[in-house]
Write a protein that binds this ligand. Structure first.
Ligand code: LLP
Length: 431
């Protein structure tokens, strides 16, 4: 996350565009992405792999923000994507995304989703469970097709923001358990299936992680497993996918390590361990979502009402809230905001930023120092680009915001604001 850009009028600037002008043109609530920042982040990940001379794929975890424009941008940067639903896959198809660079995740893919994936010849299915092996086989036979498969494994390493635990048997709904022999059984089933090509293994240990240790541990476990499989079945994975989860800075209190450090540690761990076991070096795939789009996104709101209670922090209310960013209400996630139209003014008071939704828990920020604000001021919440718009809802029948991509001063509307008509267009009359 770079330094905040402010112009002569004291307005916040996002990738060369004046936020006040953006709001005038597109209204609020508005989601704005700094396209240069997204490109840079993808390039940073790729560069570390290239410096280490390993085969790799940077696969953007599109659940963080999946729209046609985003998929097109990711494709311009030569990255892969992972999808977790027929809807994300459909969006990728509509975007013209090269489907051989798509991985399909999920712990309960439907028959229809698998049919769609196979008929569009997507790159790889990340198979999660035994039911899915059977379903996929059925689809492949019906369509007389073959497909690449990664096995999703539960490595027994789960990482949380500031800690990781190695409990041996992770209690997770995702993937094949390693210790109980499920993973080995799944491997044999895929190896014996002539329609499935066993491309490699996958593990994802968590999200918003601040340390390399969990990734290193998981990578080592995957390589150890590969060595075991080499011995027992003469099978060596071509791809080792270590998932996503690289943490980002939301507030001043957050101090994440650089993306380069994560990737470097993972690559070194895999290189060392494969050499020890005398295995071929596999391609390493990563699936960053949050770290690619999170810091690049801003939610812009217009300030409206205010409530002052003696002795308490004032409530300053904006024209959006939990419908466009559920993360504070859902995870107690913390953000920071500034007044976009008074970006050079010094803070004068500490307030709560409340949303407009009919729910007491709809508080976007519990404690925010701000200059004196007036109705009509523009509030910019920072680092909202991941799991913000992606998790937006129509709660209270509020239309979802518009999304604008800005690149070097040029703004482009990439998702239209929902209209009231959009809100009712699937409703059918009862009388
Ligand atoms: N790969 C897999 C298999 C995943 O399950 C996820 C995230 C990722 C990659 C990307 O992780 P990232 O790099 O974005 O941390 N809604 C939550 C986050 C849920 C993440 C789920 N899986 C939030 O807003 O914090």
């Amino acid at each position: 996350q770079g330094e905040q850009q402010v112009n002569e009028q004291g307005h916040l600037v996002i990738d060369g565009a004046d936020t006040v002008a953006l709001v005038k043109k597109y209204q609020t609530p508005l989601v704005v992405y700094d396209v240069t920042a997204i490109r840079q982040q993808i390039r940073r990940f790729k560069k570390v792999f290239e410096a280490n001379h390993v085969k790799y794929a940077v696969s953007y975890a599109s659940k963080a923000f999946a729209t046609i424009a985003m998929f097109q941008l990711v494709n311009q940067e030569g990255a892969h994507i992972d999808v977790v639903s027929g809807g994300e896959l459909y969006t990728a198809i509509k975007a013209g995304f090269p489907l051989e660079k798509v991985s399909f995740h999920g712990n309960n893919k439907s028959l229809a989703e698998l049919e769609m994936a196979v008929s569009h010849h997507i790159g790889v299915i990340v198979v999660d469970n035994f039911h899915e092996i059977a379903l996929l086989n059925q689809v492949l036979e019906a369509q007389d097709e073959t497909i690449n498969v990664l096995l999703r494994l539960t490595p027994g390493v789960s990482a949380h923001t500031h800690e990781y635990d190695q409990t041996g048997q992770e209690d997770s709904k995702f993937g094949f358990d390693i210790r109980s022999g499920q993973a080995e059984q799944a491997l044999q089933m895929v190896l014996q299936n002539p329609r499935m090509h066993m491309q490699g293994i996958h593990a994802h240990i968590g999200s918003q992680i601040f340390e390399v240790e969990g990734f290193v541990l998981a990578a080592e476990k995957l390589v150890d497993l590969a060595a075991d499989w080499q011995q027992k079945f003469h099978y060596e994975p071509e791809v080792l996918n270590v998932g996503g989860g690289f943490g980002i800075k939301y507030t001043e209190a957050d101090d994440p390590i650089a993306p380069e450090a994560f990737v470097d540690a993972i690559v070194k761990a895999v290189q060392t361990r494969t050499a020890e076991h005398q295995l071929k070096m596999p391609a390493i795939w990563i699936e960053p979502g949050r770290s690619i789009v999170g810091p690049a996104g801003y939610n812009l709101y217009t300030i409206g009402s205010r409530k002052d209670v003696p002795g308490l922090r004032p409530y300053v209310t904006v024209d959006g809230g939990m419908g466009d960013n559920i993360r504070p209400a859902l995870y107690q996630a913390e953000y920071e905001a500034i007044l976009a139209n008074k970006a050079t003014e010094q803070p004068q008071e500490t307030v709560r930023i409340a949303g407009k939704y009919c729910e007491s828990g709809d508080i976007l920020i519990q404690k925010q120092a701000l200059p004196q604000s007036q109705p009509g001021d523009i509030l910019a919440m920072k680092a909202t680009g991941a799991y913000g718009y992606a998790m937006a809802s129509n709660y209270n029948r509020n239309p979802r915001p518009a999304v604008v991509f800005v690149e070097q001063g040029n703004a482009k509307l990439v998702v239209q604001r929902e209209s009231y008509e959009d809100l009712v267009h699937l409703d059918r009359s009862f009388v």
